[in-house]
Design a protein around this ligand. Structure first.
Ligand SMILES: *Cc1c(COP(=O)(O)O)cnc(C)c1O
Length: 242
């Protein structure tokens, strides 16, 4: 059964509004990225028609065929890459996406910068694993800024990413561990915000505004901790087929 996408997006927007308001934040400061991975183009088209302006995919190949299938849909959405990017797909990714959330190494950043068409700079987020969970991607910084030695060791790499000509850092992204209660994800989101604040202090030449954090189950906790971009799939499109 096809879920009522318009209604579901409305419910998600209400959840965002409630979470923002109770945190004393402006709901308009939070961007909803509708995560379309595994869902067919017809459902994605329905989401666009219902006002979804930002869409997220976690694999380049799947995104390429979906973006092609939806190329005539108006208004044209912005596409976000939220999953791991391999260097050999950097060129294709540079052509498809408007924001890449998952930059997790200097070598990947270099490949992306090299492949950008002249005159274009790709907005990126640096993905961090601050929870210490082993399966998570991203720069590995378990414990966040409390882990001073590890943070200091990665600063030269971050400084080199900042110096790349065709990239533009906008902030940080993380995926919280799966937890029984959404509030248990808060320390992870808090750690990402503190890390963002520290990097903004150390590298004031860059823009560190965005915090991409929060998904279907934990978006309220993420918003309470300062998320500016939530990535929501199932709450809009229903359960994913395995
Ligand atoms: C799939 C995915 C999401 C969306 O998850 P839902 O639980 O469906 O809301 C968000 N972020 C990333 C990185 C994902 O891979």
């Amino acid at each position: 059964m096809e879920p009522n996408i318009r209604e579901r997006i409305g419910i998600v927007r209400e959840r965002i509004e409630r979470a923002a308001t109770s945190a004393g934040r402006d709901p308009a400061s939070i961007t909803l990225v509708a995560v379309t991975k595994t869902y067919p183009p017809e459902l994605v088209a329905a989401a666009i028609a219902a006002g979804a302006s930002d869409l997220g995919e976690n694999r380049v190949q799947e995104a390429a065929s979906k973006i092609a299938a939806l190329q005539d849909v108006q208004p044209a959405p912005r596409w976000h890459l939220i999953g791991h990017l391999q260097r050999n797909k950097a060129r294709l990714a540079s052509e498809l996406f408007d924001l890449i959330h998952s930059v997790d190494s200097l070598r990947l950043a270099e490949a992306l910068s090299r492949h950008m068409p002249t005159g274009r700079r790709m907005p990126i987020l640096l993905q961090f694993n601050v929870s210490g969970e082993e399966s998570k991607e991203g720069f590995n910084l378990p414990g966040g800024i409390a882990n001073q030695a590890a943070l200091e060791a990665m600063l030269p790499e971050i400084e080199q990413i900042l110096a790349l000509p065709n990239l533009e850092i906008r902030g940080l992204m993380t995926v919280a561990p799966m937890v029984a209660e959404p509030d248990q994800a808060r320390p992870t989101f808090c750690a990402l915000r503190e890390l963002r604040d520290e990097l903004a202090r150390l590298f004031p030449q860059a823009q560190w505004h965005d915090l991409s954090m929060g998904m279907t189950d934990d978006m309220a906790a993420a918003i309470a901790e300062g998320s500016t971009i939530v990535r929501v799939g199932r709450a809009i499109f229903g359960p994913r087929q395995p």
